[in-house]
Ligand binder design. Structure first.
Ligand code: HEM
Length: 236
């Protein structure tokens, strides 16, 4: 697998097969999300929901498979190794763009997972089609509490497996603690979001647009990183 990813690319002369495939799939998935925005704008709620679902599942499968094959963190490492331009461009343009890209990817993942749950909660299925409901949408306190308890139990179970069965490092435990922490924080933030945007349909439209803008920016920043690494400043 590693050998295949290191083969010469098919988009730019100095790109690798892995980098080109990664970039093309990033364009495809973000494009699918933006197309789903267009469907929602046309009032096609069910098609919008189906496309979001397919994009999300394929994006997660790709993320897990690709990063498992190339090991996490390779993107920034590759940046240092593969960037052939001047140091000031590297420090002042490349690194800030790559950092912004990685932050946007994390935000995009958090927002889209949140939005999928919010979409189901804010919609009603009438004759097989989804319609947003213009009414107050609040989390049931009992469900809120049991979700938090389940999350803590899942984290504790995972931590036991990491420590006693897989004998993983402290860094791995910390990374998992951060992942669970972000999920808990997002669920907790819902209480504040409910207060500022009580109407479920309005909340879906406003936060959905924010999510879509994040996806558009992911597309822009990944294109910039690709261009800088493999077209403008390749390492010769
Ligand atoms: C990543 C997840 C999602 C995002 C980013 C998202 C985004 C959006 C946006 C931006 C709109 C408003 C379009 C506009 O007027 O500009 C919208 C509308 C809508 N969404 Fe979503 N959505 C997501 C998931 C879902 C899910 C899971 C469902 C259903 C279960 C759903 C059902 C709807 C419906 C019914 C509308 C209204 C369409 C209409 O105006 O008739 N969405 N969504």
């Amino acid at each position: 697998m590693q050998k295949l990813l290191e083969q010469p690319g098919f988009l730019a002369p100095s790109g690798t097969f892995g980098a080109d495939l990664s970039y093309l799939l990033a364009v495809l998935f973000t494009g699918m999300f933006l197309f789903a925005w267009g469907l929602a704008k046309k009032g096609l709620g069910t098609q919008h929901h189906k496309l979001i679902f397919v994009s999300m599942v394929s994006m997660l499968v790709y993320f897990i498979g690709y990063y498992y094959a190339r090991q996490l963190g390779v993107l920034s490492f590759e940046g240092k190794e593969g960037f052939g331009g001047p140091q000031n461009i590297y420090d002042n343009i490349f690194v800030p763009t790559l950092t912004t890209h990685l932050i946007l990817v994390c935000l995009g993942l958090i927002f889209s997972i949140y939005m999928i749950f919010q979409g189901f909660r804010a919609c009603e299925k009438i004759d097989g089609n989804y319609f947003l409901q213009n009414k107050e949408l609040q989390a049931n306190p009992k469900i809120f509490k049991s979700t938090m308890i389940t999350l803590v139990l899942l984290w504790a179970g995972n931590q036991l497996v990491l420590t006693f069965i897989r004998h993983k490092s402290f860094a791995a435990s910390l990374a998992w603690a951060i992942i669970f922490g972000v999920i808990a924080l997002t669920i907790y933030l819902e209480k504040y979001i409910e207060k500022s945007l009580p109407d479920g349909a309005q909340r879906h439209r406003i936060l959905g647009r924010v999510t879509m803008v994040i996806f558009a920016l992911i597309l822009v920043t990944s294109t910039l990183v690709y261009l800088m690494l493999y077209v403008i400043y390749p390492k010769i």
